[in-house]
Design a protein around this ligand. Structure first.
Ligand code: IYR
Length: 227
């Protein structure tokens, strides 16, 4: 493998697969069409999912690019029923408050078509909950060192684990109880970590319904500048 030194650090030659344009176009189209079959599913079956599968999902998420390659994330995977129960109780307590006063009328109206409410049975029914924590800083040699682009990095890692979940034929939903600091205490996370997103993961229940929604068209989501 070819190597070179940059600022005293070894760089290795990038080995890549490339495709002729026609093939590349087809691969991009197929990947888009496959990603477009993903849906957020709230009815998650209690059918078991192995720890090995979850480990590989986490590793897929952890391939995300990150500011200065600090990889500022911890994926906490919960399968223990007592811990799931505690998380559900705390999340529902917060969500109850949110749905009964903390969220605006417009927000509640926007959620009507989605059909969510303060009850979160998936937090106990799903075989696994993966809670992604962002590491705002690290302590190195007793010194506090802030990480870079933490929200961007962790958001990308979440996107990558979500696509890996879809690839495995499993389902998830992006649960954001608010406030979600109860997760820090229940999971005993250190002071430099903040909860970012909770993903319950499992098989869908046998018969599941999801909102009949449309995704925005290319025209609505993109702007091209070709001059
Ligand atoms: N976090 C709450 C409310 C909620 C907010 C949005 I924006 C959604 O798209 C769905 C739900 C909850 O998890 O119910």
């Amino acid at each position: 493998m070819n190597k070179k030194e940059i600022n005293g650090h070894t760089h290795i030659q990038y080995q890549r697969d490339t495709y002729e344009l026609k093939e590349a176009e087809l691969r991009a189209k197929e990947y888009y069409e496959w990603l477009d079959t993903r849906r957020t599913v709230r009815d998650i079956s209690d059918k078991p999912v192995s720890k090995q599968l979850i480990e590989n999902l986490i590793m897929a998420g952890s391939t995300a690019p990150s500011g200065a390659h600090k990889q500022p994330w911890t994926f906490c995977a919960v399968s223990g029923s007592e811990t799931k129960k505690a998380i559900r109780a705390a999340a529902e307590k917060e969500e109850y408050e949110s749905y009964h006063g903390r969220m605006s009328k417009r927000w509640l109206d926007d959620l009507k078509s989605i059909g969510t409410d303060w009850k979160k049975p998936f937090l106990e029914e799903a075989p696994w909950l993966v809670i992604i924590f962002k590491k705002v800083y690290e302590i190195i040699e007793g010194e506090k060192r802030n990480n870079y682009y933490v929200n961007e990095s962790v958001g990308i890692a979440c996107g990558m684990i979500i696509s890996a979940i879809h690839r495995a034929g499993l389902v998830t939903l992006t649960h954001t109880p608010s406030p979600m600091n109860f997760l820090t205490s229940i999971l005993g996370r250190p002071e430099n970590e903040r909860p970012y997103l909770l993903l319950p993961i499992g098989y869908p229940k046998d018969e599941v319904y999801v909102p009949d929604l449309n995704r925005k068209s290319l025209d609505e989501v993109a702007a091209f500048y070709e001059q």
